[in-house]
Design a protein around this ligand. Sequence first.
Ligand code: HEC
Ligand code: HEC
Length: 305
Amino acid sequence: MSNAWSWYVIAIVVLNVVGCVWLLWWTGKRRPGDPAPTDTSHVWDGDITEYNKPMPRWWIILFYLTIIFSIAYLYWYPGFGNYAGSSGWTSAKELKADQDEADQRLAATFARFDGMSIDQIAKDPDALRIGRSVFGNYCSTCHGSDARGAKGFPNLTDDIWHWGGTPQQIEQTVMNGRTAAMPPLAAAVGGDAGVTEVAVYVQSLTGQKVDPALAAAGKTRFAGICAACHGPDGKGNMALGAPDLTDDYWLYGSDFDTIREGIVNGRNGNMPAHGPILGETRARMAAAYVYSLSHGKDDGASGVQ
Ligand code: HEC
Ligand code: HEC
């Protein structure tokens, strides 16, 4: 608050408090010539009279007490312009104290799971429940509340993984994030015609009916450019997050236009690092929940559904 505002506020506060005191004093005063409390000054309708009785003493005292309270309050708490109050209270400090307390409670809840690996956590039903709620709060915006994903956001319940489905790989993905890097490649595959050929070839990898001549031309281009990341047989490379193009799972889509768009513009799916956002243990619990979705059934761990 600027100084001018501060003085403005102080002036208004002082005026109000002093105004109240003055009003109490002035209205409580008896003036010469006032009718006595037992006198009536007017009579209406023959029998309705008005006395001039003073306010009860207790009521006036209560009023003075509230004024004293307000002065003490302004001395103790901030409220009097820029004066910070002698107690040192601020709403920011109170919030910080509450947050610290909540953090401590949170830490106590999670302490039991510190250092546990995600496949161990996945066997603990309590931990999985917490993991599921962390997932609901932080991951479902992108992956869907059922973790089945959407276009560009992978389904996490199946056993197809672009970055790997082992406990360590999933943990790495969630903790540190992943950025897919497929550059725009239209020029590299020889312009428009090349893009068409190679896109048709990709379609042929999953057994879609395509023009064999285009696919054959595309195959050569694929070997020259795309194989570097997707492998010579198109089966992908988890270290790069380059998907297997021969399975029937598509992050973006298997139709010609979508594949073409990917080759022309590149693809850069980004999974943000959640270690810094959630802290290690909570991030690991979300990862464990994800792990349980696809690994719950075969290794005896009880997946929370
Ligand atoms: C801002 C959106 C966003 C949020 C939030 C998000 N993700 Fe992701 N996640 C993605 C995208 C996009 C990818 C795919 C990256 C790529 O293209 O390879 C991904 C990939 C993944 C993968 C790798 C899948 C695979 O096939 O290897 C896992 C596991 C994963 N996310 C788990 C999580 C968990 C657990 C959370 C919450 C703690 C989370 N994600 C939060 C966007 C998000
Ligand atoms: C530098 C490595 C690299 C090269 C070269 C590369 N890709 Fe990719 N490609 C990737 C990565 C990484 C992804 C995953 C993108 C994402 O998750 O956002 C991807 C994704 C794709 C997808 C989407 C798959 C889906 O599930 O929707 C298609 C199709 C594809 N690439 C085809 C090609 C073709 C065709 C070429 C050659 C013209 C090629 N890529 C060259 C790394 C590469």
